[in-house]
Design a protein around this ligand. Structure first.
Ligand code: FA5
Length: 346
């Protein structure tokens, strides 16, 4: 039976020889001798299986320690030898080799769509406005004609935010829509006002293929003398043509939102079937894209704008719905599950 190698002695000898290796060729000779397939170390590791279990554990641990010591010693010596060669003017690197691929970052599809939509409205003369994600009950509901006992609160399932113990103030929540930005803008400015407000909104809802608990909306607001529903319809029809294609038709039908009067939903003709009816449009020929209406006189009055002098329109769209319709994506959750195979397609 061959005698077990003395690993301590082997390590001492290997590291001493390594310290003498002064160029790439000497390093390679050392590597083959001490880490190569026929090296004592690799043979020792292979032979472990034949040892009785109680001996195997201790011998295995020792052989692994040696392997780590030799590998890290080799990596370190290689770095030193290469640095010395560079300093001496000898090429340690073959600079004629092609470089590795450079990974490029890209915009998240929702960021890209927000920018595209805002760009369309900015070219029509709208400015960007912003509001906080954590809102007060007043801006999210009260100022928008949704008092505490209003049934419309049911459609905005709300994440309430607990105040820190001892801090007093109005009830806080994660905004359920971007409409509070309308109030914040009108409180600060007198008409004419033309703003677009993109941002995150939150609803305490179960997620499914068409619903997320965090999603994006873009709000639009225009207030001035003589603004009519024709301005609203013209603005949204132009947006639909620029975003979804020049041949798109729009349809407006009555809908109810407490902060607009009259309120409406806007739909575009289904581009999958050209309006004939298919699976995508639920056989209706139309795809709903947003809610809109003429700003309610009571909302204007509350922010100090005289509704007998000024009128306005507002609209709010779910951002994810736009690429879902445009690119035929069948699940909203794909946007936020961080699967690069999906995100890299945009
Ligand atoms: C509103 O939020 C109104 N603030 C819109 C509005 C603004 C109307 C100004 C009038 C004037 P609604 O609850 O319908 O309306 O939401 C608007 C859009 O947000 C929907 O059409 C839908 O595209 C999107 N949305 C609503 N809930 C979810 C959800 N859970 N996940 C993803 N998108 C959603």
């Amino acid at each position: 039976m061959s005698q077990a190698p003395n690993l301590e002695e082997l390590q001492r000898q290997a590291l001493a020889e390594l310290a003498q290796a002064g160029d790439a060729a000497a390093l390679e000779t050392w590597r083959v001798r001490y880490l190569g397939k026929k090296s004592v170390l690799i043979q020792t590791l292979r032979a472990l299986g034949g040892l009785p279990p109680d001996e195997r554990r201790a011998a295995g641990a020792r052989a692994n320690q040696l392997k780590v010591a030799l590998e890290s010693g080799f990596a370190e010596r290689k770095r030193v030898v290469e640095t010395l060669a560079l300093a001496a003017g000898k090429e340690a690197l073959d600079i004629s080799l092609p470089g590795g691929p450079v990974l490029l970052g890209r915009l998240h599809p929702i960021t890209a769509v927000v920018r595209e939509i805002c760009g369309i409205f900015m070219r029509m003369g709208f400015e960007i406005a912003e509001g906080p994600d954590v809102e007060t009950d007043y801006y999210n509901f009260e100022a928008l004609n949704i008092p505490a006992d209003h049934p419309a609160r049911d459609s905005f399932s709300t994440f309430w935010v607990e105040r820190q113990a001892g801090s007093a103030g109005p009830p806080l929540l994660l905004r359920t829509h971007t409409s509070p930005v309308q109030i914040r803008v009108m409180e600060k400015r007198q008409p004419p006002v033309r703003v677009i407000a993109p941002g995150r909104v939150y609803r305490y809802e179960a997620t499914d293929a068409t619903h997320e608990s965090m999603f994006y909306q873009i709000e639009g607001l225009a207030v001035d003398r003589g603004i009519t529903m024709a301005d609203l319809k013209g603005t949204l029809a132009q947006f639909a043509r620029l975003f979804f294609g020049p041949e798109r038709k729009t349809r407006f039908r009555c809908d109810y939102f407490p902060f607009v009067e009259p309120g409406m939903e806007c739909a575009i003709d289904c581009f999958a079937c050209g309006g004939k009816g298919c699976r995508m449009c639920g056989n209706s020929g139309w795809l709903e894209i947003l809610g809109a209406g003429m700003v309610h006189p009571e909302v204007l009055r509350r922010v100090g704008i005289d509704p007998d002098v000024y009128t306005g329109f507002a609209f709010g769209m779910g951002v994810e719905r736009m690429p879902i319709l445009k690119y035929g994506i069948d699940d909203i959750r794909l946007f936020y599950s961080n699967d690069l195979r999906f995100l890299r397609q945009f």
